[in-house]
Design a protein around this ligand. Structure first.
Ligand SMILES: Nc1nc2c(c(=O)[nH]1)N[C@H]1C(S)=C(S)[C@@H](COP(=O)(O)O)O[C@H]1N2
Ligand SMILES: [Mo]
Length: 201
């Protein structure tokens, strides 16, 4: 009887987790590392974050200035295009809304750019309104270099390739333009719930 009851509980919990899985995804407990090249190691003294492109006065923060900005703790599910998903990941980061405060731009897209040369494109709308962060901690600890430390973009509602590791800034663009993986055929938008893995999906 006891085992019957506990199996019932497990079933409900599994169902609740499955409901959070976009089509074609499976759950992982570990945290896979996916990098297209070597892990850069930029000293914090040489690190900066910039808003460039379609903006009158580009904005730049040093690491200390960036870390002095208000930040928040974020708990979200993440979904990689290679089909793993991870539930309830916890991050600390600065909201992109905070970084764009006072920025007046006609741009509708951004290109996130990174140490190592990786880029990824996003609609400005998708990184504003409390939907994206520049994260500097994972699970309450400084973000490990292999996972994008010192700081990475976190855009959990899109496939995880849009969450650029080692991010150094956002270039405001009037028109959409493909980033690194998008040039190799990944989807320009990448909504996991609509399974937009590759261009044409
Ligand atoms: N700079 C950079 N950011 C990147 C990548 C990369 O190769 N370089 N890979 C992307 C992909 S495809 C995924 S799934 C996630 C992987 O993040 P993780 O290694 O922390 O799991 O980072 C994304 N951001
Ligand atoms: Mo990925």
């Amino acid at each position: 009887m006891a085992s019957f009851i506990s199996r019932g509980f497990k079933g409900r919990r599994d169902r609740a987790q499955t409901d959070r899985l976009p089509p074609g995804q499976y759950l992982v407990r570990d945290f896979p590392v996916l990098s297209a090249g070597p892990t850069p190691h930029t000293p914090l003294s040489q690190w900066s974050f910039s808003i460039t492109g379609e903006i009158d006065e580009p904005k730049t923060w040093s690491w200390d200035q960036f870390r002095a900005l208000p930040s928040e703790t974020i708990t979200r599910d993440i979904h990689c295009v290679t089909k793993w998903s991870k539930l309830d990941t916890t991050w600390d980061g600065v909201s992109v809304d905070t970084l764009l405060e006072g920025v007046d731009t006609a741009a509708e897209y951004v290109m996130a750019f990174c140490d190592g040369g990786y880029t990824t494109n996003l609609p400005l709308e998708d990184i504003t309104g409390g939907r994206a962060w520049v994260a500097f901690a994972y699970g309450g600890e400084p973000l490990e270099p292999q996972h994008g430390g010192p700081a990475r973009l976190l855009v959990p509602h899109l496939y995880f390739w849009k969450s650029a590791k080692w991010v150094r800034g956002l270039r405001l663009m009037n028109e959409d333009s493909p980033g690194f993986w998008e040039m190799y055929g990944y989807h320009m938008y990448g909504d996991p719930w609509r399974e937009q893995r590759y261009s044409g999906d």
